[in-house]
Design a protein around this ligand. Structure first.
Ligand code: NAD
Ligand code: UD1
Length: 336
């Protein structure tokens, strides 16, 4: 299948590129590189043994997207392109609504013009908001707690309306939990610019000595060790989930919301412990106040993905830690 990956040079998109390409699909990346580097394309070439076509464009440019769809005879789109920093979305909501909501509309308009109707959307567990019960299943009420989350929910709603307007549309809204880890080659992974907000990249930077210590935000939650619990999913499992979703959509038109998570809550100390085991030394850390807006715990009910997609996350926390460290040692160290 010829598949366009908007935002394909980013963290999740690059891993999905590897999975789809190695399964024999023809992947075309469309990215404006606002949060990724072109060197990712060279490293993807090293992994895949061939150069991939790419288009440097903004998804807001519907004409450029339409041209890419026609030039490469695209049959399905996976829409990763988006901004994802929660704090920045609170400070600059218009930037987020423009890029994430208008950007998605633009891609959909281009698809409509060409007659392509298969769309996989990068949604997030953040659409659920304050847990009414756990694990979150897909029927859990949706009430995001910040503009970033609202952009995801609004795009889901738009996609729902589009799929009702024309029953030939095949749409999967994949609600990711906490993606972490890296490809086993150590050539692609997550390397945010500036000081990381998320736990795993922060831990990695403490391990490499670029940051002095980890602040553990809260040790008085009602969790097994008092620290926050999340559903950390290996990015390669997540990438495989996208391929499973595309296969499912082949015979299942309509709109589908599907959690991609492990179903296992893991505490901050569990995650740090797995990392310490890999590097063979302690990560300097201190307990600090709770972070404003943090939920104590959330994790996925992953049964729907299993039932519909025949997909389940299979990689362990140890593999997550080991692959993150390999990525740090192989690529981040030399590129920094
Ligand atoms: P990322 O920032 O690494 O990748 C996003 C890519 O999209 C980048 O390469 C960026 O340059 C590109 N991009 C952004 N705006 C663009 C635009 N207007 N036009 C063209 N390209 C554009 O992020 P990621 O972690 O790979 O996330 C991918 C998607 O998954 C995002 O939509 C994100 O909101 C969603 N998501 C991520 C997480 C997570 O924790 N990483 C969790 C849930 C959902
Ligand atoms: C964040 C986003 C969420 C997004 C998710 C994806 C916020 C409010 N939410 O959530 O929208 O979908 O990432 O991965 O930003 N922690 C520390 N010290 C740190 C960093 C984090 O103790 O330096 C703790 C947090 O308190 C939390 C856990 O680690 O308990 C995970 O934090 P983080 O990686 O930021 O993810 P989320 O809070 O789940």
């Amino acid at each position: 299948m010829n598949i366009l990956l908007t935002g394909g040079a980013g963290y999740i998109g690059s891993h999905t590129t590897v999975v789809l390409s190695q399964a024999g699909h023809n992947v075309v990346i469309l990215d404006n590189f606002c949060n990724s580097q072109k060197s990712v394309l060279d490293r993807l070439q090293s992994i895949l043994g061939k150069a991939l076509p790419y288009v440097e464009a903004d998804v807001l440019d519907a004409a450029a997207v339409e041209k890419a769809l026609r030039d490469y005879q695209i049959e399905a789109v996976i829409h990763f392109a988006g901004l994802k920093a929660v704090g920045e979305s609170v400070e600059n909501p218009l930037k987020y609504y423009a890029n994430n909501v208008q950007g998605s509309i633009s891609v959909l308009q281009a698809m409509k013009a060409v007659g392509i109707k298969t769309f996989v959307f990068s949604s997030s567990a953040t659409v659920y908001g304050d847990p009414q019960y756990l694990p979150y299943d897909e029927k859990h009420p949706t009430k995001p707690m910040n503009p970033y989350g609202w952009t995801k929910l609004q795009v889901e709603e738009i996609l729902h309306d589009v799929s009702i307007s024309d029953p030939q549309w095949k749409v999967a809204c994949l609600r990711y939990f906490n993606p972490v880890g890296a490809h086993e080659s150590g050539l692609i992974g997550e390397n945010p610019s500036g000081i990381p907000n998320n736990l795993m990249p922060f831990v990695a930077r403490v391990a490499t000595g670029h940051l002095p210590k980890l602040n553990v935000f809260g040790n008085d939650y009602d969790t097994k060790d008092g620290t926050g619990e999340r559903d950390y999913i290996h990015v390669m499992d997540l990438a495989e989930g996208h391929m499973a979703a595309l296969t499912y959509l082949e015979n299942h038109p309509g709109w589908h919301a599907i959690n991609l998570g492990t179903g296992i809550p893991v505490s901050v100390l569990d995650l740090v412990g797995a990392f310490e085991k890999v590097i063979g030394r302690e990560i300097p850390k201190a307990f600090a106040a709770r972070r404003t807006g943090d939920l104590p715990v959330y994790y996925a009910q992953p049964e729907r993905a299993k039932a519909l997609l025949n997909w389940a996350a299979k990689r362990s926390l140890d593999e997550i830690a080991a692959s993150t460290w390999k990525w740090q040692q192989t690529t981040v160290k030399t590129e920094r």
